[in-house]
Ligand binder design. Structure first.
Ligand SMILES: Nc1nc2c(ncn2[C@@H]2O[C@H](COP(=O)(O)OP(=O)(O)OP(=O)(O)O)[C@@H](O)[C@H]2O)c(=O)[nH]1
Ligand SMILES: [Mg+2]
Length: 405
């Protein structure tokens, strides 16, 4: 009997941290990488990290570490070795020679997740383009993969330069075709966008898996996919909604992450236009995540790259239910003296809500806690923009000042 159930592939993860980072951060990064891998149904068996000033030019990690990893790969019959950084084409080749299994780097992992998740023609084309551009300089490696799959090393004399050149040409053609296709789709979207010119536009932004789609669903009652997986949303979704009779467009967007592949940002430019062209941003944060502040920084940096940093922003600290749970667990566990107690929710609220020029709210989207407050704060921002577009619009008095001192 032959089983047709997909066999879960196994992996070991490898990251390099420099002297400024501590062990906790190394584990954090590896946990995130494990989560990314699990999104592709890859099971992590071991995690390795090494402290280095810079990754090794030839093999990413040093010789000793390489041997350590090799032992694990052989003992456990591992299918894939995943690196938490981007590998150069030559590093890829060297590592493949060393381990003789599939090698992934962070970019390829994220690209494959996007490929799996993309739904619309536009998103699919964007990811395919980014993936081809990523593969082009690394084609030798891909070719050797094909060779091995055919089971024919030696019989054909290995990957010939001629075959590689043919493949390269094929990929270059493909890239041109995809670019033309994208241009056409973008022209259509352009007319769509023009039609939206006189409307207030709000974009949900944030690190991946923070709850953007859950909040979108809450506000629009639309059937938006929300999952405990990274990059559940790759396409952007736009819905028209209203708060206190003021209409606006709300869009759910692709989540950001540390070291998002540059090719991906490039080819997702038009999807990210949703963010760039928004009047108002709702920055969603998973406050229960131990690195939420680092995540906020990554989001701010990505927004700066998109020239979208200075828009009126509501910061939504989500998952306060989970934050409370973590605090409770912390109390129950034993801790060393050097471990500092996580701050209370009250403390966090005080430090963030008193900042000048920022509007913030603490909610639980799943337990529907403080949702009205979030709606009212969003309304304050939407209303200001709406009155810029329609200066003669009269807003009934009772909507004003609900949360003002
Ligand atoms: N405990 C808790 N979980 C939440 C809350 N809000 C969302 N989640 C969960 O967090 C996970 C991710 O939610 P999504 O809404 O898919 O997050 P997202 O930001 O859209 O994620 P991507 O599209 O992958 O970037 C899901 O399992 C949600 O059920 C919350 O308030 N509390
Ligand atoms: Mg989502």
């Amino acid at each position: 009997m032959i089983s047709t159930a997909p066999v879960k592939q196994t992996a070991v993860l490898v990251s390099v941290i420099d002297k400024r980072q501590n062990e906790d951060q190394a584990f954090e990064y590896l946990d995130e990488l494990e989560f990314l891998a699990s999104t592709l149904n890859i099971k992590t068996k071991y995690k390795f990290y090494q402290k280095l000033e810079k990754p090794d030019i030839r093999t990413f990690v040093g010789k000793g570490k390489l041997e350590e990893i090799q032992t694990a790969v052989k003992a456990e019959e591992i299918d894939i070795v995943i690196f938490d950084d981007d590998l150069s084409p030559s590093q890829l080749r060297n590592l493949e020679k060393e381990f003789k299994v599939k090698i992934y780097d962070r970019s390829l992992l994220i690209l494959d997740i996007f490929l799996k998740r993309a739904r619309t023609a536009q998103a699919k084309t964007q990811v395919e383009l980014a993936r081809n551009e990523y593969l082009l300089p690394r084609l030798t490696r891909m070719w050797t993969h094909l060779e091995r799959q055919r089971g024919g090393t030696g019989t054909r004399g290995g990957a010939g330069e001629k075959e590689i050149e043919t493949d390269r040409r094929m990929i270059r053609n493909q890239i041109n075709v995809l670019k033309k296709k994208l241009e056409k789709i973008e022209k259509q979207r352009e007319t769509q966008r023009k039609r939206r010119e006189n409307q207030v536009r709000v974009a949900l932004v944030g690190y991946t898996n923070v709850g953007k789609s859950t909040i979108m669903r809450l506000l629009t009652k639309a059937d938006v996919l929300a999952e405990d997986k990274l990059f559940a949303t790759v396409d952007s979704t736009v819905r028209k909604i209203a708060i206190h009779n003021i209409p606006f467009l709300l869009s759910d967007t692709v989540g950001f992450i540390r070291k998002l592949p540059h090719n991906l940002i490039e080819s997702f430019k038009s999807t990210l236009d949703e963010v760039r062209e928004a009047d108002i941003l709702v920055h969603v944060v998973d406050v229960s995540h131990p690195s939420f502040e680092e995540h906020m920084k990554v989001v701010d940096e990505t927004l700066a790259e998109l020239n979208a940093k200075d828009k009126p922003t509501l910061i939504v600290f989500n998952k306060i239910d989970q934050y409370r749970d973590h605090l409770e667990h912390w109390e129950e566990e034993e801790h060393g003296e050097d471990e500092s107690r996580p701050v209370s929710l009250e403390y966090l609220k005080n430090s963030y809500m008193n900042k000048e020029n920022t509007s913030a709210v603490f909610i639980s989207a799943v337990n529907k806690e403080n949702i009205e407050e979030m709606r009212d704060k969003l309304f304050e921002l939407v209303k200001d923009r709406y009155l810029e577009i329609y200066p003669n619009f009269l807003i009934p008095d009772y909507y004003y000042g609900k949360y003002e001192e």
